[in-house]
Design a protein around this ligand. Sequence first.
Ligand code: COA
Ligand code: MG
Length: 289
Amino acid sequence: MSKHICTRWAFDLGSWKPTLPQLSQAVASIQPEERVRLMKFHFIDDFLSSLIGRLLMRKYVSTCSGLPHHQVKFARDVRGKPYWVREDYAGPPLSFNVSHQGSLVLLAGITGDSSDSDFGLGTDVMKIEYSGGKSLAEFFRLMKSKFSAQEWSYIARPLLDEREQVKAFMRHWCLKEAYVKELGVGITVDLEKISFSVDTTHSLEAEVSPLVGTSLRCHDKPMDNWRFEEHLLQEEYCAAIAFRNCLPQDHGRFKVLQVEELLVKSPESELEEVLSYCQKALLKPYKRT
Ligand code: COA
Ligand code: MG
Protein backbone atom coordinates (compact mmCIF):
# COMPACT_ATOMS: atom_id res chain seq x y z
CA MET A 1 0.00 0.00 0.00
CA SER A 2 1.39 3.36 -0.94
CA LYS A 3 1.74 6.14 1.61
CA HIS A 4 -0.52 9.17 1.49
CA ILE A 5 -0.58 12.61 3.04
CA CYS A 6 -3.15 12.75 5.80
CA THR A 7 -4.74 15.84 7.33
CA ARG A 8 -6.40 15.79 10.75
CA TRP A 9 -8.18 18.92 11.86
CA ALA A 10 -10.31 19.53 14.94
CA PHE A 11 -12.48 22.44 15.99
CA ASP A 12 -13.65 23.04 19.54
CA LEU A 13 -17.06 24.69 19.60
CA GLY A 14 -16.60 25.37 23.29
CA SER A 15 -14.08 28.04 22.29
CA TRP A 16 -16.42 29.93 19.99
CA LYS A 17 -19.54 32.02 20.48
CA PRO A 18 -20.19 33.39 17.00
CA THR A 19 -20.68 37.08 16.37
CA LEU A 20 -22.96 38.19 13.55
CA PRO A 21 -20.06 39.17 11.24
CA GLN A 22 -18.32 35.83 11.82
CA LEU A 23 -21.48 33.85 11.29
CA SER A 24 -22.31 35.71 8.11
CA GLN A 25 -18.86 35.01 6.70
CA ALA A 26 -19.30 31.35 7.52
CA VAL A 27 -22.81 31.14 6.08
CA ALA A 28 -21.82 33.06 2.95
CA SER A 29 -19.37 30.32 2.04
CA ILE A 30 -21.73 27.37 2.24
CA GLN A 31 -24.14 26.27 -0.46
CA PRO A 32 -27.84 27.29 -0.44
CA GLU A 33 -29.12 23.74 0.12
CA GLU A 34 -26.90 23.44 3.19
CA ARG A 35 -28.27 26.70 4.57
CA VAL A 36 -31.76 25.27 4.28
CA ARG A 37 -30.69 22.06 6.03
CA LEU A 38 -28.94 23.87 8.88
CA MET A 39 -31.87 26.15 9.63
CA LYS A 40 -33.94 23.06 10.51
CA PHE A 41 -31.88 22.36 13.64
CA HIS A 42 -33.57 23.38 16.85
CA PHE A 43 -30.37 24.01 18.81
CA ILE A 44 -27.66 26.34 17.67
CA ASP A 45 -25.07 23.80 18.84
CA ASP A 46 -26.18 21.38 16.11
CA PHE A 47 -26.36 24.18 13.58
CA LEU A 48 -22.80 25.25 14.37
CA SER A 49 -21.36 21.70 14.47
CA SER A 50 -22.63 20.99 11.05
CA LEU A 51 -21.67 24.43 9.74
CA ILE A 52 -18.10 24.04 10.98
CA GLY A 53 -17.98 20.64 9.31
CA ARG A 54 -18.83 22.30 6.02
CA LEU A 55 -16.14 24.93 6.52
CA LEU A 56 -13.54 22.28 7.33
CA MET A 57 -14.40 20.42 4.12
CA ARG A 58 -14.13 23.58 2.09
CA LYS A 59 -10.81 24.56 3.60
CA TYR A 60 -9.48 21.06 3.05
CA VAL A 61 -10.43 20.80 -0.60
CA SER A 62 -9.38 24.37 -1.30
CA THR A 63 -5.98 23.78 0.35
CA CYS A 64 -5.36 20.50 -1.50
CA SER A 65 -6.59 21.62 -4.90
CA GLY A 66 -5.45 25.23 -4.86
CA LEU A 67 -8.94 26.25 -5.99
CA PRO A 68 -10.36 29.40 -4.40
CA HIS A 69 -12.66 28.73 -1.46
CA HIS A 70 -15.81 29.87 -3.27
CA GLN A 71 -15.14 27.69 -6.33
CA VAL A 72 -15.24 24.45 -4.38
CA LYS A 73 -18.55 22.70 -4.84
CA PHE A 74 -19.90 19.79 -2.82
CA ALA A 75 -22.75 17.39 -3.37
CA ARG A 76 -24.13 14.47 -1.37
CA ASP A 77 -24.57 10.92 -2.60
CA VAL A 78 -27.85 9.01 -2.14
CA ARG A 79 -26.94 8.15 1.42
CA GLY A 80 -26.02 11.69 2.33
CA LYS A 81 -22.24 11.35 2.17
CA PRO A 82 -20.70 14.61 1.01
CA TYR A 83 -18.23 14.56 -1.84
CA TRP A 84 -16.35 17.15 -3.80
CA VAL A 85 -17.67 17.84 -7.30
CA ARG A 86 -14.35 17.89 -9.14
CA GLU A 87 -15.70 18.98 -12.50
CA ASP A 88 -12.68 19.26 -14.80
CA TYR A 89 -10.08 19.56 -12.04
CA ALA A 90 -7.27 17.19 -12.96
CA GLY A 91 -5.19 17.10 -9.75
CA PRO A 92 -4.63 14.13 -7.44
CA PRO A 93 -7.60 12.28 -5.94
CA LEU A 94 -8.56 12.88 -2.34
CA SER A 95 -10.91 11.60 0.30
CA PHE A 96 -12.25 13.28 3.42
CA ASN A 97 -14.84 12.77 6.11
CA VAL A 98 -16.27 14.88 8.90
CA SER A 99 -17.62 13.89 12.30
CA HIS A 100 -19.07 15.93 15.11
CA GLN A 101 -20.15 15.18 18.63
CA GLY A 102 -20.48 17.30 21.72
CA SER A 103 -18.27 20.32 21.25
CA LEU A 104 -15.85 18.71 18.80
CA VAL A 105 -15.89 18.73 15.02
CA LEU A 106 -13.27 16.68 13.18
CA LEU A 107 -12.14 16.38 9.61
CA ALA A 108 -9.80 13.69 8.37
CA GLY A 109 -8.57 13.90 4.82
CA ILE A 110 -6.11 12.04 2.63
CA THR A 111 -4.67 12.69 -0.80
CA GLY A 112 -3.41 10.09 -3.23
CA ASP A 113 -1.56 10.02 -6.51
CA SER A 114 -3.29 10.30 -9.82
CA SER A 115 -2.60 6.70 -10.82
CA ASP A 116 -5.01 5.16 -8.34
CA SER A 117 -8.15 6.67 -6.93
CA ASP A 118 -9.51 3.55 -5.24
CA PHE A 119 -8.87 4.56 -1.64
CA GLY A 120 -10.60 6.51 1.07
CA LEU A 121 -11.13 7.18 4.73
CA GLY A 122 -13.91 7.59 7.25
CA THR A 123 -13.82 9.13 10.69
CA ASP A 124 -15.93 9.22 13.82
CA VAL A 125 -15.74 10.92 17.21
CA MET A 126 -17.58 10.06 20.42
CA LYS A 127 -17.56 11.60 23.87
CA ILE A 128 -16.52 9.04 26.46
CA GLU A 129 -19.62 9.21 28.60
CA TYR A 130 -22.84 7.36 29.02
CA SER A 131 -25.72 9.74 29.47
CA GLY A 132 -28.70 7.63 28.53
CA GLY A 133 -31.72 7.26 30.78
CA LYS A 134 -31.29 3.53 31.35
CA SER A 135 -28.64 1.94 33.57
CA LEU A 136 -25.38 1.15 31.81
CA ALA A 137 -26.07 -2.57 32.32
CA GLU A 138 -29.42 -2.23 30.53
CA PHE A 139 -27.86 -0.18 27.72
CA PHE A 140 -25.12 -2.78 27.30
CA ARG A 141 -27.70 -5.56 27.21
CA LEU A 142 -29.39 -3.80 24.28
CA MET A 143 -26.18 -3.01 22.41
CA LYS A 144 -24.41 -6.33 22.80
CA SER A 145 -25.83 -7.75 19.57
CA LYS A 146 -24.01 -5.06 17.54
CA PHE A 147 -20.61 -6.41 18.56
CA SER A 148 -18.78 -9.66 17.90
CA ALA A 149 -18.22 -12.05 20.81
CA GLN A 150 -14.53 -11.13 20.78
CA GLU A 151 -15.23 -7.41 20.91
CA TRP A 152 -17.73 -7.84 23.68
CA SER A 153 -15.34 -9.89 25.77
CA TYR A 154 -13.03 -6.84 25.68
CA ILE A 155 -15.68 -4.17 26.24
CA ALA A 156 -17.51 -5.79 29.11
CA ARG A 157 -14.53 -7.27 30.92
CA PRO A 158 -15.76 -7.65 34.50
CA LEU A 159 -12.49 -6.30 35.88
CA LEU A 160 -13.08 -2.90 34.34
CA ASP A 161 -14.87 -0.13 36.18
CA GLU A 162 -17.81 1.58 34.43
CA ARG A 163 -15.76 4.42 33.01
CA GLU A 164 -13.31 1.98 31.41
CA GLN A 165 -16.17 -0.07 30.02
CA VAL A 166 -17.77 3.03 28.50
CA LYS A 167 -14.42 3.99 27.00
CA ALA A 168 -13.92 0.52 25.51
CA PHE A 169 -17.47 0.67 24.15
CA MET A 170 -16.97 4.09 22.56
CA ARG A 171 -13.65 3.07 21.04
CA HIS A 172 -15.29 0.15 19.29
CA TRP A 173 -18.26 2.24 18.29
CA CYS A 174 -16.00 4.86 16.68
CA LEU A 175 -14.06 2.20 14.81
CA LYS A 176 -17.24 0.69 13.41
CA GLU A 177 -18.65 4.06 12.47
CA ALA A 178 -15.41 5.18 10.83
CA TYR A 179 -15.44 1.97 8.81
CA VAL A 180 -19.05 2.34 7.65
CA LYS A 181 -18.53 6.02 6.99
CA GLU A 182 -15.68 5.24 4.63
CA LEU A 183 -17.99 2.87 2.78
CA GLY A 184 -20.68 5.54 2.98
CA VAL A 185 -23.35 2.94 3.56
CA GLY A 186 -24.69 4.05 6.93
CA ILE A 187 -25.52 1.47 9.57
CA THR A 188 -26.95 -0.96 7.07
CA VAL A 189 -24.24 -3.59 7.54
CA ASP A 190 -24.25 -6.43 10.10
CA LEU A 191 -22.24 -4.66 12.73
CA GLU A 192 -21.55 -7.82 14.71
CA LYS A 193 -19.83 -9.33 11.66
CA ILE A 194 -17.32 -6.48 11.64
CA SER A 195 -14.95 -7.42 14.40
CA PHE A 196 -12.16 -5.15 15.59
CA SER A 197 -9.14 -6.23 17.62
CA VAL A 198 -7.86 -3.14 19.33
CA ASP A 199 -4.30 -2.68 20.52
CA THR A 200 -4.28 -4.42 23.88
CA THR A 201 -0.67 -3.62 24.73
CA HIS A 202 -1.61 0.01 25.50
CA SER A 203 -4.67 1.65 26.89
CA LEU A 204 -5.80 4.66 24.88
CA GLU A 205 -4.17 7.57 26.74
CA ALA A 206 -2.99 10.95 25.49
CA GLU A 207 0.71 9.96 25.51
CA VAL A 208 0.20 7.05 23.12
CA SER A 209 -2.49 8.64 20.93
CA PRO A 210 -3.00 7.67 18.17
CA LEU A 211 -2.89 3.93 18.60
CA VAL A 212 -2.37 2.18 15.29
CA GLY A 213 -2.33 -1.52 16.18
CA THR A 214 -6.00 -2.18 15.44
CA SER A 215 -6.99 -4.86 12.97
CA LEU A 216 -10.30 -5.85 11.43
CA ARG A 217 -12.03 -9.05 10.41
CA CYS A 218 -15.26 -9.06 8.41
CA HIS A 219 -17.26 -12.28 8.40
CA ASP A 220 -14.11 -13.87 9.84
CA LYS A 221 -11.93 -12.72 6.96
CA PRO A 222 -8.93 -10.52 7.76
CA MET A 223 -9.28 -7.12 6.06
CA ASP A 224 -5.65 -6.46 5.26
CA ASN A 225 -6.32 -3.45 3.06
CA TRP A 226 -7.63 -1.43 6.02
CA ARG A 227 -5.68 0.52 8.64
CA PHE A 228 -6.98 2.32 11.70
CA GLU A 229 -5.95 5.11 14.00
CA GLU A 230 -7.52 5.58 17.40
CA HIS A 231 -7.18 9.04 18.94
CA LEU A 232 -7.87 10.40 22.39
CA LEU A 233 -8.84 14.08 22.29
CA GLN A 234 -9.13 16.47 25.22
CA GLU A 235 -9.11 13.44 27.55
CA GLU A 236 -12.84 12.93 27.05
CA TYR A 237 -13.35 12.12 23.39
CA CYS A 238 -12.22 9.14 21.40
CA ALA A 239 -12.00 9.23 17.64
CA ALA A 240 -11.13 6.76 14.93
CA ILE A 241 -9.97 7.06 11.35
CA ALA A 242 -10.46 4.11 9.02
CA PHE A 243 -8.16 4.02 5.98
CA ARG A 244 -9.08 1.82 3.01
CA ASN A 245 -6.35 0.96 0.51
CA CYS A 246 -4.10 3.68 1.86
CA LEU A 247 -1.58 4.32 4.58
CA PRO A 248 -0.97 7.72 6.10
CA GLN A 249 2.61 8.91 5.80
CA ASP A 250 2.70 9.54 9.52
CA HIS A 251 0.40 8.98 12.45
CA GLY A 252 0.01 12.58 13.54
CA ARG A 253 -2.44 14.09 15.98
CA PHE A 254 -5.44 16.27 15.25
CA LYS A 255 -4.54 19.93 14.91
CA VAL A 256 -6.98 22.28 16.60
CA LEU A 257 -7.99 25.14 14.29
CA GLN A 258 -9.31 28.54 15.33
CA VAL A 259 -12.38 30.05 13.71
CA GLU A 260 -10.30 32.68 11.90
CA GLU A 261 -8.58 29.87 10.02
CA LEU A 262 -11.92 28.75 8.63
CA LEU A 263 -13.45 32.07 7.63
CA VAL A 264 -12.86 33.69 4.27
CA LYS A 265 -14.02 37.22 3.53
CA SER A 266 -16.54 37.52 0.75
CA PRO A 267 -18.89 40.32 -0.36
CA GLU A 268 -21.75 37.86 -0.02
CA SER A 269 -21.52 38.02 3.77
CA GLU A 270 -22.90 41.57 3.60
CA LEU A 271 -26.02 40.55 1.73
CA GLU A 272 -29.30 41.27 3.46
CA GLU A 273 -30.41 37.69 2.82
CA VAL A 274 -27.35 36.27 4.59
CA LEU A 275 -27.54 38.70 7.49
CA SER A 276 -31.18 38.02 8.20
CA TYR A 277 -30.55 34.27 7.97
CA CYS A 278 -27.78 34.62 10.55
CA GLN A 279 -29.86 36.78 12.86
CA LYS A 280 -32.51 34.09 12.83
CA ALA A 281 -29.92 31.38 13.54
CA LEU A 282 -28.49 33.34 16.46
CA LEU A 283 -31.92 33.23 18.13
CA LYS A 284 -31.72 29.44 18.38
CA PRO A 285 -31.16 28.18 21.92
CA TYR A 286 -27.91 26.65 23.19
CA LYS A 287 -27.92 23.19 24.75
CA ARG A 288 -24.90 23.96 26.86
CA THR A 289 -24.79 26.72 29.45
N1 COA B 1 -21.36 8.21 5.05
C1 COA B 1 -20.30 8.89 5.48
N2 COA B 1 -20.33 10.14 5.93
C2 COA B 1 -21.52 10.74 5.95
C3 COA B 1 -22.69 10.11 5.52
C4 COA B 1 -22.58 8.77 5.04
N3 COA B 1 -23.62 8.08 4.62
N4 COA B 1 -23.72 10.96 5.65
C5 COA B 1 -23.23 12.10 6.15
N5 COA B 1 -21.88 11.98 6.32
C6 COA B 1 -20.91 12.96 6.82
C7 COA B 1 -21.45 14.38 6.82
O1 COA B 1 -20.36 15.24 6.70
C8 COA B 1 -22.07 14.47 8.18
O2 COA B 1 -22.11 15.78 8.65
P1 COA B 1 -23.49 16.58 8.61
O3 COA B 1 -24.47 15.73 9.35
O4 COA B 1 -23.20 17.84 9.33
O5 COA B 1 -23.80 16.75 7.18
C9 COA B 1 -21.15 13.65 9.03
O6 COA B 1 -20.66 12.61 8.19
C10 COA B 1 -21.87 13.08 10.22
O7 COA B 1 -21.02 12.21 10.89
P2 COA B 1 -21.09 12.10 12.47
O8 COA B 1 -21.05 13.44 13.05
O9 COA B 1 -20.10 11.12 12.90
O10 COA B 1 -22.59 11.64 12.72
P3 COA B 1 -23.20 10.22 12.99
O11 COA B 1 -22.21 9.34 13.62
O12 COA B 1 -24.49 10.43 13.65
O13 COA B 1 -23.60 9.83 11.50
C11 COA B 1 -23.86 8.42 9.63
C12 COA B 1 -22.89 9.09 10.59
C13 COA B 1 -24.63 9.42 8.76
C14 COA B 1 -23.09 7.53 8.71
C15 COA B 1 -24.81 7.63 10.54
O14 COA B 1 -25.66 8.49 11.21
C16 COA B 1 -25.65 6.65 9.96
O15 COA B 1 -25.24 5.64 9.51
N6 COA B 1 -26.94 6.92 9.98
C17 COA B 1 -27.85 6.08 9.36
C18 COA B 1 -28.53 6.90 8.38
C19 COA B 1 -28.42 6.30 7.06
O16 COA B 1 -27.72 5.36 6.77
N7 COA B 1 -29.19 6.84 6.22
C20 COA B 1 -29.22 6.41 4.91
C21 COA B 1 -30.55 6.71 4.39
S1 COA B 1 -30.74 6.01 2.85
MG1 MG C 1 -20.62 9.83 14.72
